[in-house]
Design a protein around this ligand. Sequence first.
Ligand code: F6R
Ligand code: MG
Ligand code: MG
Length: 366
Amino acid sequence: MTKTTISLIKADIGSSPGHVVVYEPLMEKAEELLEKAKENGLLIDFMVFNAGDDTNLLMTHEKGVNSEEIHKLAWDIFMDLGKDAREYGLYGAGQDLLTDTFSGNVKGMGPGVAEMEIEERPAEPIIVFAMDKTEPGAFNYPIFNIFANPFNTAGLVIDPKLHEGFKFNIMDIYHNKYLSLSCPEQMYDLLALVGAPGHYVIKSVFSKNEELGQAAVISTDKLSLIAGKYVGKDDPVAVVRSQSGFPAVGEVLEAFTLGHLVSGWMRGSHRGPLMPVSLEYSQNGRFDGPPRVVSLGFQLKNGKIVGPVDLFDDVSFDHVRRRANEIADYIRAHGPFEPSRLPLSEMEYTTLPEVLKKFENMFTDE
Ligand code: F6R
Ligand code: MG
Ligand code: MG
């Protein structure tokens, strides 16, 4: 049985105006270059889409995860787009490309990666997600709900194929360590950890049925780059398998109906509600946000992406967007006060050292 790899690799290569949205000609260029790779037989299929100011390359192939060829393809495309972005005068041109030379794998070089190699079932529904203005831990809440919460996923209770539960691999960002926990048995332990999404992030999920294998993968790349230091807002992506032993498409999407609070809004230093939006509305406006998530669903057939659907382009998410806007009003009204502003240790921008220095010798005992 041949295996198929789904690689979702993303980077912020430049946008207009400011950090609002990827400039369309960049995405057209990425499509042309990926089309060539498909003609050359490296890729089976691909799609290019944006999440706010991030360019996402969704690719299918038979090279496995961490393939040098695939990572180099993505890297070269991003470098090419970076050049164009500079010529166009886009904002933050090439900002996520941290080095000049490719060294075998894009991990640690700036782009985010979510990859999964699977044995395709006769019908293989796949859902991909891309978030903007937030951190990988923003996936903790929905991924926990999808694979462990019976109030979200009815199948965990009533479908014998899901009833055993799932295994979660989590990462301790501060110590660069990994732990596997099994649900439902270790659910409370899992929650004790991943309820702190700035410290513990869900990296992957596996079915307990070995024939089914991996269920989900989330990008955590920048986090693993500098152990011990919070490097934060990675605008993460994820790939999730669905149906026939995995949660149904509707159970997967149900987990995005809260507008849950995430970190990373405005200057990577504020909290805001995560708003599910269609690709058409994937642009940052208000206060550079609010943080948002887009989703594409498709059937995978011998690596071909069949019938992609813009899953949040759906009236049944209108009220979630409305509520997210109301939550945004409420939390914005706190201005520079926590919990709107992030705690001091998690802010991407801070003037604190300068402010403290200015008053260094002026704090008194009373
Ligand atoms: C970018 C982001 C934005 C920027 C803000 C300031 O992804 O989250 O909120 O942090 O627009 O950007 P600079 O420092 O580039 O002016
Ligand atoms: Mg940007
Ligand atoms: Mg972004």
